[in-house]
Design a protein around this ligand. Sequence first.
Ligand code: NAD
Length: 311
Amino acid sequence: MNDVKDRATALAGERAQTMASNIRKVGVVGAGQMGSGIAHVCALAGLNVAINDLSGDRIKAGIATINGNMARQVSRKRITEDERQAALKRIAAAESFDALGDCDLVIEAATEKEDVKRGIFTNLCPSLKPDAIVASNTSSISITRLASSTDRPERFIGIHFMNPVPLMELVEVIRGIATDDRTFETTKQFISKLGKTIAVAEDFPAFIVNRVLMPMINEAIYTLYEGVGNVEAIDTAMRLGAHHPMGPLELADFIGLDTCLSVMQVLHDGLADSKYRPCPLLVKYVEAGWLGRKTQRGFYDYRGEKPVPTR
Ligand code: NAD
């Protein structure tokens, strides 16, 4: 009996191995900080990449970011100049979803808004090969719900990279209710090929990392809102007092305050517990368009030589 089971497991593993080696071309939708990071690591791992965004200019900006980040890796001797050149050649701009038609895997890394993501999947799927896997890099939204806006819930999965993608070792993998074993196994093989470590999370709001991290960041913003400390005191306290590499407000700016707010809203709506209530000060910053580093202003102002706290 055990022999039969072992053989079945081995066969499933072999099948997934073949499938993973069939992932030769990856599509990335969204060329912001995460999409460009995902394209970066895929291209360095030898995969062809097509990257899409709302406009040609945004795609160009994403590719320029990748170029700059790879140049930094060359100067730090993490990769060679030849590897950089070869990887850049593997990245193409995809101005329409039709240009993703020959991808084996498409990873959506657009703005953290459910209606935006659902709209992308509805328009994207008709352009794809029937057996292509579709994934979302969402930080918090239900994979099962997103899967329902595709024509292939069994080949839909959550692949949650961490920021900055080239540096962070972890990728969370989240199966939706319909995700089949082959998709799960192929995804795990693909992530291993990128040299990352996998943590499997169940499909509950914000999964593991953000379920723990975001309430901490939100609490730090409450601490600021209630005047317990100013920006500098809160970040210094957590850097030196808890040995965090970045203070929580600095980290929130790095992640993007719009993303932080969306994750807290998903936690609050999905778990219906007032402990996840987004801090009104976070809402105010987002309403002001002060989204952190990406807009040059958040809990710090980044427009000068060095970051200056805004409170
Ligand atoms: P970002 O704001 O840097 O980039 C989002 C990009 O999506 C923008 O370039 C935007 O133009 C594009 N976009 C919006 N609508 C689109 C559409 N319809 N079609 C194509 N492109 C579209 O955001 P980000 O930080 O890169 O986050 C992207 C995703 O990754 C979100 O789901 C976020 O939750 C997730 N994520 C973010 C982090 C982080 O630390 N920032 C970490 C892990 C996961």
